[in-house]
Each structure stands twice: as structure tokens, then as C-alpha cells.
Design a protein. Structure first.
Length: 189
């Protein structure tokens, strides 16, 4: 696995579990359509099988500065390393029974498409630019650079029901490995 860059996570503030996601485990995903970077629309409530959705605040672009103070917002930094980790572990996740894998943010699809192509992601990114999923599930939000963003988390969804929530997620580049460890532990007799 090739790292595009290294991040010294020890220099960043660690997010704490503020309880803002405790209501999600066991919740049904609402019926709504989200635009995907592959040109489709996705209704997470209608997907059969095991779906992993890693939710991230926003990906940056090499030619665009991040909002002021971004690195000092607990849990904000690391969207690209998180996406790359899921990319690098994609085959292993599918071998463990994951039938769908998505990244999700509040950025619009065109913005996300650039990141998906640049990072060579073998899965689609979903846009919740209108915050419809965030509001329907009461996902934890924060503001940065004048935008409302979703706090980083990973949802495991089975047949439209959230069965596991990873929140907070830190460091982000370990998120895929944490999901793999959970899937392996779940399959033990």
C-alpha cells in the first residue's frame, strides 16, 4: 500500500466521543437518493447485503487551501488518508462480505468526482450536499469555512439497518483496518 503522504497524528487534536452518534446503532436508514460520483443515485435503505459508508467532513484539493484552523478542529484532518485506506483495503473488505462501499460527504458530486479520480477510488463517493441524510439521521455536524460538515464516522449497514457505528474515528487512516477487525471478530464462532 502506497501512502501519498505521511501525517503525524500526534500533532493533531483527538476527537472525543460526545455521544452524538449513540442513537444510530439499530436505526433504519431513511429512504432518500444520494448522487454518486459514478453517475448513479443511491438509496442506502434499499441496498441488500453489507454496506460500509465512511463519512468524512471534506476532501481538500491540492490547488485549494483548507478552511482556516482546519488542522486544529478535532477529527477534521485526514479525509484523503481515510479514502486511500479504504481504497487500499477494498479487496479485503469485499472478501469479508462487504457488498457495497461508499465514502460520503457534504461536498457536491462534481467536487467529489475530482477526488475519486485523483485518488483512483474503486468505489463511488456519495454527496449529501443538501444535508438530507445528515438531518434525517441526526448526524453530528460542525461548521468550518462557513460550511456545515458531517463529523467523521463509519456506518455498517445491513439490509437498510445500521448495525455498527465507528465514532469518533481517529486516526482516519486506520478506519478501514478497524472495520476489517470488526468484520473478522464478528465472523468468529
Amino acid at each position: 500500500m502506497t501512502k501519498l503522504f505521511e501525517v503525524d497524528w500526534s500533532t493533531l487534536p483527538v476527537p472525543v466521543d460526545d455521544g452524538a452518534a449513540k442513537h444510530l446503532a439499530g436505526a433504519r436508514v431513511p429512504r432518500l437518493s444520494l448522487q454518486a460520483t459514478d453517475g448513479t443515485t443511491v438509496d442506502l435503505s434499499a441496498l441488500a447485503g453489507l454496506t460500509v459508508v465512511y463519512v468524512y467532513p471534506m476532501t481538500g484539493r491540492p490547488d485549494t487551501p483548507l478552511p482556516d484552523g482546519w488542522d486544529m478542529i478535532p477529527g477534521a484532518r485526514g479525509c484523503t488518508p481515510q479514502s486511500c485506506a479504504f481504497r487500499d483495503h477494498f479487496t479485503e473488505l469485499t472478501a469479508l462480505g462487504v457488498t457495497q462501499l461508499f465514502g460520503l460527504s457534504t461536498q457536491d458530486t462534481a467536487y467529489q468526482r475530482e477526488a475519486a479520480e485523483r485518488l483512483h477510488l474503486p468505489f463511488a463517493l456519495l454527496s449529501d450536499a443538501g444535508l438530507s441524510l445528515a438531518h434525517a439521521l441526526s448526524l453530528p455536524l460542525f461548521e468550518a469555512g462557513g460550511r456545515r460538515l458531517i463529523k467523521r464516522m463509519t456506518l455498517i449497514i445491513e439490509n437498510g439497518k445500521i448495525t455498527q457505528v465507528f465514532y469518533p474515528v481517529f486516526p482516519p487512516d486506520r478506519s478501514a483496518a478497524d472495520v476489517i477487525a470488526w468484520l473478522r471478530a464478528r465472523s468468529l464462532p
